[in-house]
Design a binder for this molecule. Sequence first.
Ligand SMILES: Cc1cc2nc3c(=O)[nH]c(=O)nc-3n(C[C@H](O)[C@H](O)[C@H](O)COP(=O)(O)OP(=O)(O)OC[C@H]3O[C@@H](n4cnc5c(N)ncnc54)[C@H](O)[C@@H]3O)c2cc1C
Length: 423
Amino acid sequence: MTVSFDEIPEKSGFCAIDCIHSTPILHHRALILEPLLALRFNGVDSPQGIKRKAPHNVGFIGPNGIRRIDRSGAQQGGVASRKEVAQQSSRRLHSIDQPQHHIMVVADMTGGRLSAQDKDILGLAHQLAAKKAATAVMLVVFGEHKETTFAESGVDRLLHIEGDAFEGFSPDLRLAWLAAIEREMQPDYWIFPDSGLGGGDLGRRLAVELEVHAATGLWQVNLNEEGFSCTCRASAATQDLTRALPRVILALAECAEPISDTLHEAQEVKLMREPLDQLPRIQDLGAVAVDPASVSLAEAEFILSGGNGIRDWDAFHETARILGATEGASRVAVDDGFMPRDRQVGATGTWVTARVYMAVGISGAIQHLQGIQSCDKVICINTDAGCDMVKRADLALIGDSTEILAAVRRKVSELKQEKRHVA
Ligand SMILES: Cc1cc2nc3c(=O)[nH]c(=O)nc-3n(C[C@H](O)[C@H](O)[C@H](O)COP(=O)(O)OP(=O)(O)OC[C@H]3O[C@@H](n4cnc5c(N)ncnc54)[C@H](O)[C@@H]3O)c2cc1C
């Protein structure tokens, strides 16, 4: 979606970052955004009062940088029923009346929503399920969630395990539930995202519990005469290792294509026997605030990145501080001495996996785009509507970086003040 800065209606304020809506960061950091939703879903009122639909607002860019058309309509907002979605779209309904086998997916659900990696592993689960009749892909979700696209993402069955205890760090409890699922359902495979967000840890814990030599860093599954084999990153990701596919799988992002042409039942199920209460061995003392400036780029969830189009670096740093974003930079900004070398994003810098990447005054050279290919949502601010970063972005603001960053700061300050009044 491309919005000229001049086209943003006065009453909606600076409302440019609707795609953050799908991330947890919205609730903590990017307070600028709510009015934007109206803009994204309803189009923009031009100065003449004519409603304009953003012509680029079709589909979205996937983690591998390819534009995908979301035929479910979910990307366009609004909550459509599963039947409506099926009617509106050309998606075939994939239903399994009585599953005989299960493939269990335990998603990270960062911020209560399926991440791009979660969707990739659901795609992987369906690759395995397709080889055996009456196999359902079941998603295990712990605690509260905000996800509305389970059906579009390939979830045949949903096991939602509720409880306040899951809001904190609770690996013992989660493992006890997974062990109970194992006893009751004996799934063919367990798949976790091999991430630092929970899946990587929980998957390894389950593998120890089940005495399985898990496949970690998996990025490909192959079917051959002996059955499934898999290819995993090994030796600190310097080599690939091919082995038989074990029951516990920890998979990397882009291990498979996410589901895009079928609609699934996402039917809720319950366990017949819940695990017995047990004394936890770990006590969660709560989250600790982290200074975003000290977060390494590779781990940052929200990055504000500056390039050669930044005219006022003090204002850039101030915007990052107000947004609570970690700072990144293009190579030109680093070479020119405006940012330290360890902040360079790209092929010869750091490859980042942020939920939201905001590129300001960065043209989108191939070496830079390589470094952001795993980012969930990309927002860019640029004077050139035809540059490659605009093509890559989920949302582009066309205008001068200094003016737009000033508007962002203004809006965030206003919203923070409003929040203080309410409190
Ligand atoms: C071997 C090799 C490895 C490389 N590795 C990397 C790497 O890891 N990371 C990396 O980033 N680059 C890398 N590069 C460099 C890369 O090719 C580009 O030169 C670089 O990314 C460009 O940086 P930039 O987008 O900030 O600058 P530019 O290409 O100069 O783009 C500046 C952008 O700012 C916009 N702009 C100008 N004024 C304004 C304004 N007032 N408001 C808003 N927008 C404005 C312009 O329209 C333009 O799009 C590498 C190059 C080579 C050859």
